[in-house]
Design a protein around this ligand. Structure first.
Ligand SMILES: [Zn+2]
Length: 572
């Protein structure tokens, strides 16, 4: 006897067997019982959630004739009549499933509509099920619309989609819509347990929890994973086996990381990442497990006793409760979640993982905490934007009406500024702005550099504009990368993205890395100003040339009213 996969074997055949979609089941059952039938239904929800299953049960309900062949429309299809058995076996003449993902074309819909013209061959109703309906082309939708508007009595449409936003509003408005919900892990776990008992497959509770979590709300995925796990575990489900199959990271690693992070112990964080690397555990799975642990910690912190006491992981979450304040928990959770997207950007995922974790330690508000954690209840302040803090305190430190410094002030410094009201490095910042005897030389250098950049063709549009409008006020070449400080007056040009592009072009031109600090200020000798001055000079020269031209002079004398039209002289 061939093996039938669990997802298929345990596919619900009646509304009563549907798990986790009680709201949909209730509404449909009532409608069927009371004979309030709609001609088009739309089932929405993520994949593997039961849309096709509901559609089939609905088709059976509409066409069931009962064990004695005398039954009518019912919310409890018998399961033994021709309609019930053939729909279950996927060979009922009047139930047609079409997958718009592979048949998105107008022709297929045309064919469907032609078939709609004929009365059902054996059943009461023809039921057309269009899966992934949002993938129908606009033409196909429009062709369908006419039939949807005035369907024959015997025709029922079921549309299913994972993306209702992409279904035309005109179609949506003609359908009775049901939203199938993702299933909670506990619902999936309970169902898996029943299935495994029926299959006489021994299973550990931890294994079921891992499978239920990995199902991500889809019972079909949960059952498929269970199938794989049974094969993987040679007929039994152990937690260790399932963990290894899923590549999930043991809770103890996440726990070690939380402890290291809470102590702000960078060395322990690095050691933990090294250990993950040597065990070959995935960085992404580590962040996933970490996020889950933090989420459970936050829940238990906010509502003590809310976690499932039977879950083996609950104890870990509870034991860590004191180590992070609520705001720290939230911050770390957010970093961990966003960090997952960063992993793929690096060749070395463990390097990326290290960066994500160290980021938490980089927050001075947390790292500099001297007060005992118990009394720290103030909500976490995100570091104030450096530019504002510095600008605010600068005048009191040094009476130089300075523009804000956009770069070169670390969040740590900004934090110190807002904490102490003084700027330890302000003198250094201010010195950079003092007029330098080399200004003329710097301006020459920037102008030459600008021309070379233009010739190289590596700056265009706004980046070129930034370079043209900027004045070079300082170069620090004492260390690599060299730092060039530019001043520019127009705020939109002081955009970090433009600065990055300009720095990149500059680095290529000079053959070594350059970091740009762009600050607000009115340069007196920018390439644009030099260009404008040069144009003015050439204009004046051109006008002088014309006015001194003998022919022009003669004309002017002959015709007393003659004059040179302003602006009509253009230098060549
Ligand atoms: Zn039946």
């Amino acid at each position: 006897m061939s093996y039938v996969v669990l997802a298929r074997k345990y596919r619900p055949r009646t509304f009563a067997q549907m798990v986790g979609q009680e709201h949909v089941v209730q509404a449909l059952s009532n409608a069927l019982t009371q004979g309030r039938l709609h001609h088009a239904y739309l089932f929405t929800g993520t994949r593997g959630i039961g849309k096709t299953t509901v559609s089939r049960i609905l088709a059976k309900s509409l066409n069931c004739t009962g064990p004695d062949g005398k039954g009518g429309i019912t919310a409890e299809p018998c399961g033994v009549c021709q309609a019930c058995t053939e729909i279950d076996a996927d060979r009922y003449l009047d139930y047609i499933e079409m997958d718009a993902a592979s048949n998105g074309g107008k022709d297929e819909i045309k064919d469907l509509i032609e078939r709609a013209a004929y009365k059902p061959g054996i059943g009461r109703f023809k039921v057309f099920m269009i899966d992934e309906a949002h993938q129908l082309s606009k033409d196909a939708f429009n062709a369908l619309l006419k039939t949807l508007e005035e369907p024959p009595e015997y025709l029922k449409f079921v549309l299913a989609t994972t993306d209702p936003d992409k279904v035309l509003p005109t179609v949506l408005s003609r359908c009775l819509q049901f939203n199938l919900r993702p299933m909670a892990p506990a619902t999936v776990r309970d169902h898996l347990q029943r299935v495994l008992e029926a299959e006489s497959v021994p299973s550990e509770d931890g294994a079921l929890r891992l499978l239920a979590r990995a199902a991500r709300g889809s019972m079909r995925d949960g059952l498929s994973l269970t199938d794989q796990a049974i094969a993987y575990g040679g007929g039994q489900l152990t937690e260790a086996g399932v963990r290894s199959m899923l590549g999930s990271v043991d809770r103890s690693h996440a726990r070690t990381l939380v402890q290291a992070l809470s102590r702000h112990d960078g060395a322990a964080v690095l050691a933990a990442v090294d250990s993950l690397r040597s065990l070959g555990l995935s960085a992404s799975a580590t962040l996933e497990e970490l996020a889950l642990l933090l989420q459970q910690m936050a829940v238990e912190q906010a509502v003590p006793g809310a976690l499932d006491a039977e879950d083996a992981d609950t104890e870990a979450a509870r034991s860590l409760l004191g180590v992070l304040a609520a705001d720290e928990l939230q911050l770390l959770y957010s970093m961990v979640l966003h960090g997952r997207e960063e992993l793929s950007l690096m060749n070395d995922e463990y390097g990326a993982l290290t960066m994500v974790l160290l980021r938490f330690l980089a927050f001075p508000a947390l790292g500099a905490a001297t007060a005992p954690r118990e009394v720290r209840s103030a909500p976490l302040r995100a570091p104030a934007p450096p530019a504002i803090s510095v600008a605010k305190v600068q005048p009191s430190v040094k009476e130089v009406p300075l523009p804000a410094t956009a770069v070169a002030v670390s969040p740590a410094m900004a934090e110190r500024v807002s904490a102490t009201g003084s700027v330890p490095d302000a003198a250094a910042v201010a010195t950079a702005h003092e007029p330098s005897p080399f200004d003329g030389a710097l301006a020459d250098r920037w102008n030459t550099t600008f021309k070379a950049l233009c010739e190289q063709g590596s700056v265009a549009a706004l980046v070129r504009e930034l370079a043209a409008q900027a004045g070079l006020v300082a170069i620090d070449d004492s260390a690599t990368p060299h730092r060039w400080k530019l001043q520019v007056a127009r705020e939109p040009l002081r955009n970090p993205a433009l600065a990055d592009k300009l720095a990149a072009a500059l680095s290529v031109l000079l053959g070594h890395a350059v970091v740009l600090d762009i600050e607000a200020g009115s340069p007196t000798d920018s390439p644009a100003q030099r260009d404008a001055a040069e144009r003015a000079r050439r204009q004046a020269a051109a006008e002088a040339t014309i006015e001194q031209d003998p022919v022009v002079r003669e004309l002017m004398q002959q015709f007393k009213t003659a004059r040179i039209v302003p602006g009509s002289i253009k230098p060549l």
